[in-house]
Design a protein around this ligand. Structure first.
Ligand SMILES: Cc1cc2nc3c(=O)[nH]c(=O)nc-3n(C[C@H](O)[C@H](O)[C@H](O)COP(=O)(O)O)c2cc1C
Length: 332
């Protein structure tokens, strides 16, 4: 479904070329100072414009529809809307006949019986992450000194990100990437055994971000190649600090007081102007497709702030569950 969380619960809505996209957040403590200015930094980070991102330019101006009074949260559902102002829906009509390989066009039509708003990828568009980033802004404020940072560490299989992007743009193809996220200042004890381990809930949330195809915590898949004596993180202080951090800050699904570290794999954008050979649903024959429209060459360039937001939302929910964030905000 489009809702996520227990006590800090977000509901994402909208379509890429409809009236707008946004988020309703339930469970925001009352009294949190919040104005439109708070959103500027993270919305700018998500915005397109850099080489390798879509030429579609949107104002991305947030509007509070509910839950704010006198620049403070009220404690009732907070709804934030972003209107779509720059749509070119004619680019997408051909995709009714030839669904883009790798995109959600085919499954969306089958699942919703053709009633889905297919324009610009509809509800499956990366634009839906705008609501998530907005929720992340609120969550980050509630988390106070807990600091979340994500960055792109690899694109197109190389750490020379600029080179990978230049090449992909030149080839008129797309590339994926790896984004690493770290969280400092977490208390020991967030997360629940058995099904609500921090890894499980974070992964659940993070796989909701379109185009995410993998996640690893700490040493991740490398752990399978290590010996126990190498992989174990020796505890060096009474508050649980460890010498190494192969666990990525989580043991038994519960935060251990060390830095949390994980990486996600972002796939190459499925919409590329390279010729692809795929099924034409009208004729029942294979056909050629060169995707028109405006698209990101490397989605991973725009993922870091989205990943931070997803992480902030999950951690805020855990912090509220642990009663570390009270129902009425009293400052940091
Ligand atoms: C920030 C962001 C921007 C995206 N931009 C595009 C895009 O321009 N073109 C495209 O085909 N997919 C884009 N995507 C990915 C699609 O939304 C996604 O591939 C599609 O919904 C299918 O889902 P899946 O890749 O998770 O299977 C973007 C994703 C994100 C997170």
């Amino acid at each position: 479904m489009d809702s996520f969380g227990k006590l800090f619960r977000i509901h994402i809505f909208g379509e890429s070329h409809g009236l707008g996209v946004g988020v309703t957040i339930d469970g925001v403590p009352a009294g949190l100072p919040l104005t439109i200015k708070d959103f500027n930094d993270d919305l700018n980070k998500r915005r397109s414009g850099a080489k390798g991102t879509t030429p579609r330019k949107e104002a991305d101006q947030p509007r509070f529809l509910s839950g704010i009074f006198h620049d403070h949260t009220t404690g009732t559902p907070l709804t934030i809307l972003f209107e779509n102002t720059n749509t070119r829906s004619e680019d997408y009509s051909k995709l009714r006949e030839i669904p883009r390989p790798g995109h959600a066009d085919f499954v969306a039509t089958k699942k919703f019986g053709g009633f889905e708003d297919y324009r610009g990828g509809g509800h499956f568009s990366g634009r839906l992450t705008l609501g998530l980033v907005a929720a992340g802004v609120v969550a980050k404020k509630l988390l106070g000194s807990i600091h979340i940072q994500a960055r792109l560490i690899e694109a197109g299989g190389t750490t020379d990100i600029r080179k990978a992007i230049d090449k992909a743009v030149e080839d008129q193809d797309s590339v994926g990437g790896i984004v690493e996220c770290s969280v400092k200042g977490l208390p020991v004890g967030l997360g629940e055994p058995f099904f609500d381990s921090v890894e499980s809930v974070l992964s659940h949330m993070i796989f909701s971000i379109p185009a995410i195809k993998g996640i690893e915590f700490g040493s991740g898949f490398m752990a399978a190649k290590m010996k126990g004596s190498e992989h174990n993180d020796n505890i060096v202080s009474m508050d649980g600090k460890t010498e190494t951090n192969n666990a990525g800050g989580i043991n038994g699904g519960i935060t251990n007081g060390n830095e949390m570290v994980f990486r996600v794999a972002v796939k190459p954008t499925s919409s590329t102007s390279k010729k692809q050979h795929t099924m034409n649903m009208k004729t029942g024959k294979m056909d050629n497709l060169e995707v028109q429209g405006r698209h990101d060459t490397c989605i991973a360039l725009r993922v870091p702030v989205v990943l931070e937001a997803a992480t902030a939302v999950v951690l805020t929910d855990f912090m509220i569950q642990e009663q570390k964030i009270p129902k009425i905000y009293r400052g940091k």
